[in-house]
Design a protein around this ligand. Sequence first.
Ligand SMILES: [Fe+2]
Ligand SMILES: [Fe+2]
Length: 333
Amino acid sequence: MRREAPDPSLAYRPNLEKNDNTDYRIFGGSRQSVSEEQHSSCKYFITMRVISIGPDPSLAYRPDLEKNENKVKEDYRNFETGSLIDRVFRTYKLMHTNQTLDFVKKKHYEWSGCSHSQMGIMDAVMSLDQVVDESDPDVDFPNSFHAFQTAEGIREAHPDKDWFHLVGLIHDVGKIMALWDEPQWAVVGDTFPVGCKYQNSVVFRDTTFLENPDDKDPRYNSEYGIYEPNCGLDKVLMSWGHDEYLYRVLKFNKCQIPEEGLYMIRFHSFYPWHTGGDYMHLCNDKDLSMMPWVQEFNKFDLYTKTTNMPDVDELKSYYQSLIDKYCPGILKW
Ligand SMILES: [Fe+2]
Ligand SMILES: [Fe+2]
């Protein structure tokens, strides 16, 4: 089954017709509504590969445009045929088999000390030139490009919120873990709480958790599991990925991004919550007040995914000024 891609012009009209009831994505034959797809540009960064960029760095910003120019809407986001669905499923199968409570605790211990590297934010963004999402059915460009597209979409719609522009630029920078040998299933894709029952809105819920030991453990497979009712998401351990890692890096380095922005970064892949409406029993009032910000962010994460390539060299100085304002200098990663 084919589904339509969002109108590329929506990239700069993100408030228009965002819930047009079009179905975009199919995971193993089960539809999810378009509102569940607001993060698809990120969601499709499921399996990544490291590529070697040639001597011309601009190659990173010249994806295969000619191919895409000939595409019609119906050709986009075909997740039912071809090899893509197998790759996507395989990645989620690995994720949902191995992301246990113990695994997540181990990853927190491993990464939260921010002892892997030291670099400025812009260098980290540009390092995503080496990270390409092999699961994307439409375009094959580095994640660094998606960063500028997202940021520019937000800047257009929210010109007064410079911190929001910066959040758009850096939201996926945690994927840098993939360059440091973290497997893709522990870097990208949807996130979900561990230590309690995996809810039905998690993609491939019925078919990918069969070998996850926590799913059969009565300590972890009840509605609340290890958590108290309405304990707040801050106390919930999420499956390990780029959201939580970047949040940890920004906190570790005492970056001054407003709390709304930190929430967007930390929970933008928590689809079962911000779009699926699950896990509300773990949320406190603060989570509920922040949820609209996360949802606002996700519109840009999806609808700015077009073949209109921003001029990164032209934009860099503006975004560097935001970095200097909110997360200056060399950060520990
Ligand atoms: Fe993301
Ligand atoms: Fe993204």
